[in-house]
Design a protein around this ligand. Sequence first.
Ligand code: DGJ
Length: 740
Amino acid sequence: MPILYNEQDQTITLHTNHSSYQMKIGPCGLLVHTYYGPTAGGDMSWCLSFRDRGFSGNPYDAKTLRGISADTLPMEYPCEGSGDFRPPAFSLRRANGAVGCDLRFRSVKILPGKYSLPGLPAVYTDEAGAQTLEVTLADEAAGIEAVLQYGVLPELDVITWSARITNRGAEPVVLQAAASGALDLVSGDWDLLHFYGRHAGERAAARTEIGQREILIGSRRGTSSHQQNPFVILARQDATELAGECLGMSLLYSGSFSCNLGRDQFGTTRAVMGVQSEHFDYPLAPGESFQAPELALAYSASGLAHLSHLFHRMISQHVCRGPWKNRRRPVLLNNWEATGMDFTGEQILSIAKTAAELGVEMLVLDDGWFGARNNDNAGLGDWTVNTEKLGCTMGELAQKIRDMGMKFGLWIEPEMVNEDSELFRRHPDWALRIPGKPPVMGRNQLVLDFSRSEVVDEIFRQITDVLDECSADYVKMDMNRSITDVCSAVSGYQSQGKLLYQYVLGVYRFMDRLLERYPELLLEGCSGGGGRFDAGMLYYCPQIWCSDNTDAIDRIRIQYGTSFGYPLRTMGAHVSAVPNGDTRRRTPFHTRAVVAMAGTFGYELDLNLISDEEKAQVPVQIETFKKHWNLLHNGLFYRLTDVMKNRQEAAWMTVAEDGSEALVNIVVLDATGNSPNRFIRCMGLTPGASYRDEASGRIYDANALMTLGLPMPTVPHPRWPVQVTPCEYDAFQIHLTITD
Ligand code: DGJ
C-alpha cells in the first residue's frame, strides 16, 4: 500500500514506486519527519537525536526530558512559537496580538485516490493506487487546526503536499505564514538549484551550496515572477545529470511565493515553500479556513535528468489538462515582433497569406486590436474591437484567415486597465490603489482587482463577446506588470492581507470559465514572456510564452533553465527576425528553428520580409517539426551540455521512451580556426544497441556515443573541397534510429 500507518511504531510511511517518505508521531505529539529517499521501510526514527542542547527549548509537557525539542528535531510542519527557531511553515497571530502556536498531532486518515483543491490547481490522476493522507494537527488553546494533505502517486513517483488551516476557536486569528509544506533532511550536504532572472532573461540555472545559513528565494511581485521560479532542486553535492541524489519541489501557484532554505546548527537542512508571507496577513474568523496551494515533490536517486523526467511527466500528463494536452500544437505565426500595435487589417492579412502559403497553421493577432490601443498607454480594459484599424469586424478577419486554411488566435490581457480607458473612467475603484497614494505605474497600466467577482465578470463578458464573434481557436493571455498598491476598494482594513492570494484565485477562476465556455480552446499563458511560468498556470494553459527574448542564443539558456522543471511542450518558442530586437544578434534562420523546436515551435516575424532562400526553408522547417514533434514533446529530454558553463557549444537531445530513435541538437556558441576535435556525449540511448544517423547512414554504437561521444559535425569549406569546423551559431539536428 502506498500509505502505511503503523500504530505501534507511530510511523506514517508513504511509498511511491521508487521513493519513500516517512513521518513519525514523536514524543509530546510532535510530528517529526524521518525520511525522504529511495525505497526504505521500518521505523526510521533511529535517525532522530534526542540530545539535550543548550538554548533549544522544550515543550512544557516534556517536563524534565530536555532532549525533546522542536528546535532540534526534524519537523513535518514547523510552527512559530513551538520553540523551533528555524524558518517556520506556520505562524499565527492571535486575537490579542501575540504570535505563536504549537501544533501537535491529533489524528490520521487515509483516503483512496488523490485529493483535489477547489479553486486551485492540483496534480490529478486516475491511477488506481493513488492515495491521500490527511494528518490533523491542532493547537487546542489557540483553537487552530491544520490538516496536512499528502497525495501519493506511486507510478508517477510524486508526492504532493498541501495544508488546510481552520479556525476552530471562538476568536478571530490572523495567519502570518501557512506554507504548503516543509522538508527537513537530517543528513547530507545539499546544493540548491534555482532558476533566477529578469524580464527577457528568465530562469538562468544557478547551483549553490546551501551551507550554514538561511537562503530566501521567492517573489513579492504578486506573480511567480521572471526573477525566481517556484521550482527548486536540492541536490547532493556530487549529483550530476546522470548520477546522484536530488529532489525537486514545484509549487502549483502563480502568485508571490517564498522558499526558505538553510542548514541548521546540527546539520539538518530545511526547505519551506509556499505562499509568500510578506503581504500575507490572512484573517480567519471562527469557522473559516485557508487552503495552501499544492506543492509537488519528486526524488531521484539517479541524477538531474531523471528528476526532470519525473516532473516532465507529471506536468504534461497530470497537471496540463484539456484536449491540447497531448495533441500536436498548431505551428503559429504571431504578429507582435513583426508589427507591434502599428498594423492594419490589410497588413495582418498579407502576413497571414504568406504564412499560410508556407505551411503555417494558425495566425495569432497580438496586442493592439481593441479600444484606443495604438500604443501601450491606453486602451486596456476596453475589449471592443477597433474595426476602423482592422477595416472589418473580428469575425470577418477571422473568417478571412480561416479561408486561407489557418486557425485564428487572439491576444488578451484581462487583469489590466489603463487610466486612459472607458473602463477606468467608469470604475476607477476597480484598480488596486491605496487611497491618497499615487499608485506605482508599470507599463503605464494599473492592475484590476481580480479578487472581486464583479470585476472578473465584466472583463469576462467583454472578452467573451469578442471570442464568441471570431470563434477564436487560441488565446494568449498576457500580464505585463508586477502588482503594487495591494489594496482593494472593498476589502476592509483587516482583509487587505488576503488580497494577493484572492487575486490569484480570481485569475484561476477567469481561466476556468474560459475553458468551460470554449472546451476546444488552446490557451497560452504569458506575462511579459515568462513572468508567470509555473506549474499552477500550466493547469490551465498547456503552454506558456517562455520569454520576450527570442534571440536564439539567449533562448538556449532560458530554455535550458526552464527544462529542469518543465517539459519542452510547455515552452512557447518562435523563430523571429534578425538582427534580434533584444540583442541585435544575427543567427542563421536554421538555428532559430532548431531552438524553437525545443519548444512549441512557431514564427514571430513577417515572412514577406525574409529572403527567398529563407522562405524556401520555412516549409522544410515545419515538416521537420511535424516529423519530430512526437519525439521532441514525448521523448525523454537530456541536457547534454551545461550551457551556463560551456561557452563552446550547447547540445540537448530527446530519446523515444522505447529507445527506438533520438534527436540530437547542437548549436555552436563559439568557433575558432583549426579547432581541437570536440565530441558531444549522448545520453539515454539503449545500451548495447546501434543507431543509424538517418542523414549520413553512419552506424554508431550506443555505448560509444554515450562515452566517447558524437563527433562535432563538420561543414564544407566555402571555397576549397575540404570539411572544416562549423561557424559560430551554426546548428545541427542529428536523427538517430535504432538498427535491428
Ligand atoms: C508581452 C508579451 O510577452 C509579448 O509577446 C506581447 O504579447 C506584448 N506583451 C504585447 O503587449
